[in-house]
Design a protein around this ligand. Structure first.
Ligand SMILES: Nc1ncnc2c1ncn2[C@@H]1O[C@H](COP(=O)(O)OP(=O)(O)OP(=O)(O)O)[C@@H](O)[C@H]1O
Ligand SMILES: [Mg+2]
Length: 409
């Protein structure tokens, strides 16, 4: 572990960081927080090694902590700064602007804290070597979780779910989530998040960003929630420029840098989607609650099985779930031969949120669609399978039996 410095007055936090880091850490008091690098190094004493990772407890003074973070990130290249805050969510944007690489709750789970520290070590090492080395950084213990949102059919809610999931994860773990639009021709993540990107996928797979994960980060587009995004190229014609090898390399680099890498994809099994699935730890499969959609899903699952693609987690989400479709959750499960993870109800607020470019999970709504999306996020942040509500929509009359037969055919 690299040399760690904690700026805090809390003995509890000091112990917590030492336990997570499993190494000796340096500590200086936070009252007052040093104003800049020179005052910080003075406090450490002559001959002390310059810390590579600085953890600042914002409890002692948020403005001072942000100001120190800003100066350290600008004046000490390669240093990683992590902020501790009781409210990481609301601090995300300010932290991002102050050059911090992560914001963590002081009582974060030790594994989560260790993960954050390992990631900081990797970024420091990458900066020292002058180049990112995704292969060596992407070891299993610290590799981020790559979640691909896919569907055989178009228009079933991939972008809606991917953008909400990413925003939800970013709110839970600010600065640690990136959403990549791999619908290379017609991607609309930028529109779903109301972003006006300076750079797109083409810029991050070409030029200086390819070689260096630190440089790559500067080519990402930031969302107010602390989410990073890679938006699709502006013209569909540019899609030809993006090879599967580009995608594989990009995803490996991002997984070494971020805790969560969420992928939106184009419908079907095109090369870009397959490259995304190949790199994914989790596959989030989406279907609409109708016979053609469910049948197509069954075919897609068959093909994935034949291709030998396996995933740590597979999450089946049925969108547009309402009681008027005549299909039930058990019809879907019987047809595709696997369990349904989550039913996402049809809700007019979803359309409004997409049109406004403000995902539902950016706000604290209590409507049924927002609640289900929040449960989906919880599945990745807590791994709580049982928290997901898959209560069936009530089938209408006896029509569903016919549809069930049709679907299973
Ligand atoms: N649960 C829902 N309730 C109401 N509208 C929804 C719901 N889910 C998605 N929509 C709407 O359906 C439309 C298609 O959604 P979205 O763009 O997310 O699908 P997609 O799978 O990404 O499409 P494509 O395959 O074209 O990329 C959007 O207008 C979205 O607002
Ligand atoms: Mg889409």
């Amino acid at each position: 572990m690299s040399h760690l410095l904690l700026i805090s007055d809390s003995a509890e936090l000091r112990q917590h960081v030492a336990d997570a880091a499993r190494t000796r850490i340096s500590v200086i008091g936070a009252r007052p927080i040093p104003t800049g690098p020179s005052q910080l190094f003075q406090q450490l004493g002559s001959g002390a090694a310059i810390p590579q990772i600085v953890l600042i407890d914002t409890d002692a003074g948020l403005d001072d902590a942000l100001s120190l973070s800003g100066r350290l990130s600008a004046e000490v290249p390669g240093m990683a700064i992590i902020l501790f805050s009781e409210q990481p969510d609301s601090l995300a944007l300010a932290a991002l602007r102050a050059g911090a690489r992560d914001v963590v709750r002081p009582d974060a789970d030790p594994d989560e804290l260790r993960d954050v520290l390992n990631r900081a070590v990797q970024s420091v090492n990458g900066a020292q070597q002058g180049h990112g080395d995704p292969a060596s950084n992407g070891n299993a213990s610290t590799k981020g979780r790559v979640i691909a949102v896919v569907s055989p059919k178009g228009g079933v809610g991939k972008t809606t779910v991917a953008s909400n999931l990413a925003v939800g994860l970013a709110r839970a773990a600010p600065l640690s989530t990136v959403l990549v639009d791999l619908d290379v021709q017609f991607g609309d993540v930028a529109s779903a998040l109301n972003l006006d990107p300076d750079y797109t996928l083409l810029d991050v797979i070409r030029g200086p960003a390819v070689q260096d994960s630190m440089v790559l980060k500067t080519f990402l587009t930031q969302h107010p929630t602390g989410l990073y995004t890679v938006c699709a190229p502006l013209s569909p014609a540019d899609a030809d420029e993006v090879t599967t090898a580009d995608i594989v390399q990009l995803l490996q680099t991002l997984a070494a840098e971020f805790r969560y890498v969420v992928l939106d994809t184009a419908p079907g099994l095109n090369d870009h989607a397959l490259a995304a699935m190949d790199q994914a730890d989790d596959l989030l499969l989406l279907t609409s609650l109708d016979v053609p959609g469910v049948r197509a899903m069954r075919k897609e699952l068959d093909i994935l099985r034949d291709l030998g693609l396996s995933f740590e987690g597979r999450h089946m989400v049925v969108n547009f779930a309402d009681s008027h479709s005549g299909l039930s959750k058990s019809d879907v499960e019987a047809t595709i031969g696997t369990g349904v993870t989550l039913l996402l109800p049809r809700h007019r607020g979803v359309l409004a949120s997409v049109n406004q470019g403000v995902p539902l999970l950016q706000n604290d709504g209590r409507d049924p669609a927002t609640k289900q999306l929040r449960k989906l996020v919880g599945r990745f942040t807590t791994g709580a399978m049982q928290s997901v509500d898959t209560t069936e929509p009530t089938p209408v009359g006896g029509r569903h039996r016919v549809l069930r037969k049709r679907a299973q055919r």
